[in-house]
Design a protein around this ligand. Structure first.
Ligand SMILES: [Zn+2]
Ligand SMILES: [Zn+2]
Ligand SMILES: [Zn+2]
Ligand SMILES: [Zn+2]
Ligand SMILES: [Zn+2]
Length: 430
């Protein structure tokens, strides 16, 4: 950051360090400022009888008593300045009142006031009112990190005097000189250009961008085709299952099989319809570049997987790099509206497991498991979807970026994340 652009207001000490008796309003010097004990003789010679401190601007009264000037009765005009004592006192060796905090300053008692204006141990409030209290010595270090500091845009775009935290927003959202990814980044354009040059880039590279859009579209078509095939397959399985159960019912075999395996009819039914298990693996390449880009630009990068079926429930997976800007990857499963939703029980019950596959051996796999029943206040997530998909369920802090890129998981800069669902459905009436 351009610290030279910081404008510093006047600093006010947080506490006033009194070096005089009478809380600084009147009286002589405090005796504990001296670096040595006074002799009995000196105590007698140098003390003010009014305030008990060391004489400051000493005056002799008509009774022959020495007092500080501020300590003499203002109505008593019969006092005479006595500079001999002043000279002796002001020459006494002194220490800083903040010696207990570590200040090693030594000087004359008359210089204490001047020293306190510079003493590095004096506590000050942050000049930018962020609430931090610090010793004077730390002001510079703090102003480098304080989010309330007023600065000018370091890219000299002409925007001046914003708080540092607002400057970050300025950089992300509006600075014409900030380097930003191309608006076609999600379709594969890797260009990073100054915001003001974005329009020109988009125009110059319009052919490339169109090509990227076209191939993305082709990929979508493939995905839809794949999905339709899977749906048909699932419907076929469903019908077979249905027919089998009807047949079993008709032949009264269910009870006989149940009897054979010593199971109740309910348990057997449950076994037939609840053995839903499925998984989907998402692969990411250029992992370190994705992480680096996200961290550098304080943004996240979400990648959505294609739909897949677990039994007759439809899902898609999602991975978010730099989730919530916290330098973690987050993993989520989304329950989607499926064609056979009227044939399965709701809410969905079961386990979601997220596994970052080990690159060398299965024993390195990193698994986190969530149980759908652990979330009673957000049960709608597992109800039959009304829209295309429900809210996702997952772990925003699945793993730190720094751990993800470890070669334990990351090989050829790629990682594999497995999303697994195990449904434990209730018996269904056919
Ligand atoms: Zn006095
Ligand atoms: Zn000091
Ligand atoms: Zn501050
Ligand atoms: Zn700017
Ligand atoms: Zn581009």
């Amino acid at each position: 950051m351009a610290t030279q652009n910081i404008v510093a207001p006047d600093l006010k000490p947080r506490l006033v360090y009194h070096f005089m008796e009478g809380e600084g309003k009147y009286g002589g010097y405090k005796r504990d400022l001296l670096s040595r004990e006074l002799t009995k003789e000196e105590v007698k010679m140098f003390s003010c009888l009014e305030c008990g401190g060391l004489l400051r601007e000493s005056h002799v009264t008509s009774e022959g008593i020495q007092k500080c000037k501020p300590c003499t009765d203002v109505n008593n005009r019969n006092t005479i300045p006595f500079t001999v004592t002043d000279n002796a006192i002001e020459g006494l060796d002194s220490i800083c009142p903040l010696k207990t905090r570590g200040c090693e300053w030594e000087g004359k008692i008359s210089e204490v006031s001047y020293h306190l204006d510079m003493c590095q141990y004096v506590l000050l409030d942050c000049e930018w009112s962020c609430g931090v209290v610090m010793e004077r010595a730390n002001i510079e270090t703090h102003s480098r990190v304080c989010e309330e500091v007023m600065i000018e845009c370091e890219r000299n775009c002409g925007v001046g005097m914003l708080r540092k935290r607002d400057m970050k927003i300025h950089t992300i959202n509006s600075c014409p000189f900030a380097v930003v990814p191309c608006v076609y980044a999600k379709y594969g354009c890797e260009a990073m250009v100054e915001r003001k040059a974005l329009k020109t880039h988009v125009n110059d590279k319009s052919i490339d961008h169109l090509e990227m859009l076209r191939s993305e579209n082709e990929m979508d078509k493939d995905k839809i085709f794949e999905l339709e095939a899977k749906t048909n397959e699932m419907n076929a399985v469903m019908n077979r299952l249905k027919n089998d159960v009807v047949k079993l019912k008709e032949e009264n075999q269910i009870l006989r099989i149940a009897g054979y395996y010593d199971l109740s009819k309910d348990v057997l039914m449950k076994m037939i319809v609840s053995s839903y298990k499925g998984d989907y693996v998402l692969v990411f390449d250029s992992v370190s570049k994705k992480i680096e880009d996200c961290e550098k630009h304080d943004r996240d990068y979400a990648m959505k997987g294609p739909p897949f079926y677990v039994g007759l429930y439809k899902f898609h997976a999602m991975v978010v790099f730099n989730d919530k800007n916290a330098n973690f990857i987050g993993v989520y499963l989304y329950l989607m509206r499926g064609d056979s939703d009227d044939k399965v029980p709701w809410p969905l019950k079961g386990m979601y497991s997220f596994t970052l596959l080990g690159s060398r051996s299965q024993s390195d796999n990193y698994v986190m498991i969530l149980n759908t029943s652990e979330l009673p206040e957000r049960r709608h997530i597992f109800q039959r979807p009304v829209n295309t998909r429900n809210d996702g369920y997952g772990i925003p802090t699945f793993m730190k970026h720094s751990e993800v890129v470890d070669e334990k998981y990351c090989k050829n800069d790629s990682i594999y994340i497995e999303f697994k669902v195990e449904c434990t459905a209730e018996p269904v009436e056919f």
